[in-house]
Design a binder for this molecule. Structure first.
Ligand code: NAD
Ligand code: ZN
Length: 342
């Protein structure tokens, strides 16, 4: 196990890397804690929760909505949860988002921490303090920015994670490598998903490196005015095709990264699109998707991250070095139409 405390502007988070969930008892009072556990995780790992008060959350993005929040709050009241209670979210990003949000509003805010159980939640969703829910079709429309007091990684949970969720998580890992870490990009080229799954020490190092990479970006820019925007690499186009073409988030981001590389060639003289494409393929992720440019542009125009008629596109100068370039929506439309694949 590796314990690391990191300081944000006004709070701190302690990471327990490569720990066991039972280690929670060393620093959380079981009597004053409630776990919110993803239903699938609970089904697979029921024994691991037997000492804890537990509320089971239905699995899936469609339950990251207000009715589920209300139901949890009622159960917390029934448990007699008060200001001294700590909430612990055990699951993927849906669970960590829900837990952080509920902890932020229950009795005007109680302590919380996470035990992320997907790769995506370990390297991305659990980090940064953004916690929120969807409102109908509008993703993450309502929420808070509060850092968790702790994040504990227990890799045993990953034994039951489906292949597709591994791939989704690795899309964000590849993203991190592209924007900030050329050495990690090389490691990813040298190894494979199979290798990481079979060699726990390699996987531990990779997950820890990615969790700390995102943490560092967030610490520099807790309220998203600068560097944190780089984490949107692959996400502008990715988000625009994710719902329209019913792709998983990781798949959409993978295609979005390839699109961003092509725009980077034109706007930043980027030369390594091919390496990015090969790496994405190596991890079982797609590199293209047929799309209708008009449809995609319509979604982009509605994006809440768009400022007036300009999109802040995250582009690569080289592998490991990203920049934000404002591009007019008309220009983006031109490029996307030119590259249209139907
Ligand atoms: P998820 O929580 O829906 O988990 C994916 C699937 O894996 C679910 O079906 C879940 O039941 C299952 N699962 C989880 N752990 C498992 C395990 N150990 N074994 C077997 N099955 C398991 O999704 P996710 O991909 O982890 O996260 C996506 C969510 O995270 C989205 O709602 C997204 O908005 C959010 N997110 C938030 C941030 C943030 O900064 N707050 C960043 C990125 C993503
Ligand atoms: Zn993402």
């Amino acid at each position: 196990m590796n314990i690391k405390k990191v300081n944000f502007n006004t709070s701190s988070t302690t990471f327990y890397f490569a720990a066991g969930i039972s280690y929670l008892k060393e620093f959380v009072d079981v009597q004053h804690a409630v776990m919110l556990v993803d239903e699938t995780v609970f089904t697979h790992h029921a024994k691991r929760f037997k000492d804890w008060k537990t509320i089971v959350l239905k699995s899936g993005e469609k339950y990251k909505q207000q009715p589920a929040v209300d139901a949890v709050i009622k159960q917390l009241i029934a448990f007699g949860a008060d200001r001294k209670t700590t909430l612990i979210g055990v699951g993927g990003g849906v669970t960590t988002d829900m837990t952080g949000y509920i902890a932020g509003i229950y009795m005007r805010g109680i302590q919380f921490g996470f035990v992320p159980t997907t790769i995506l939640a370990m390297v991305d969703a659990s980090i940064g303090g953004k916690n929120g829910i969807d409102v109908g079709v509008y993703k993450n429309m309502v929420g808070t920015i509060i850092q968790p007091s702790f994040i504990l990684h227990d890799l045993v949970f990953l034994n039951t994670l489906p292949e597709m969720e591994w791939q989704n998580g690795f899309a964000e890992i590849i993203k991190h490598a592209c924007i900030k870490d050329a050495a990690m990009f090389k490691d990813l080229e040298a190894y494979s998903l199979k290798k990481y799954r079979s060699k726990k020490t390699l996987l531990c190092d990779l997950i820890q490196r990615n969790a700390l990479l995102k943490t560092k970006v967030v610490i520099k820019d807790e309220f998203e005015t600068g560097d944190r925007k780089l984490l949107n690499f692959g996400h502008t186009f990715g988000h625009a095709i994710e719902n329209t073409y019913k792709l998983s988030h990781g798949y959409a981001v993978a295609v979005g990264m390839v699109m961003a590389c092509m725009i980077s060639e034109a706007c930043q003289g980027f030369k390594d699109t091919n390496r990015v494409v090969e790496l994405i393929k190596k991890y079982g992720l797609p590199v293209h998707q047929s799309y209708k440019a008009k449809k995609v542009i319509d979604v982009m125009k509605a994006d809440k991250k768009k400022v007036k008629d300009v999109i802040n596109y995250v582009l690569l100068q080289k592998i490991g070095k990203a920049v934000v370039q404002p591009i007019s929506i008309d220009e983006v439309e031109g490029i996307i139409t030119q590259l249209e694949k139907v």
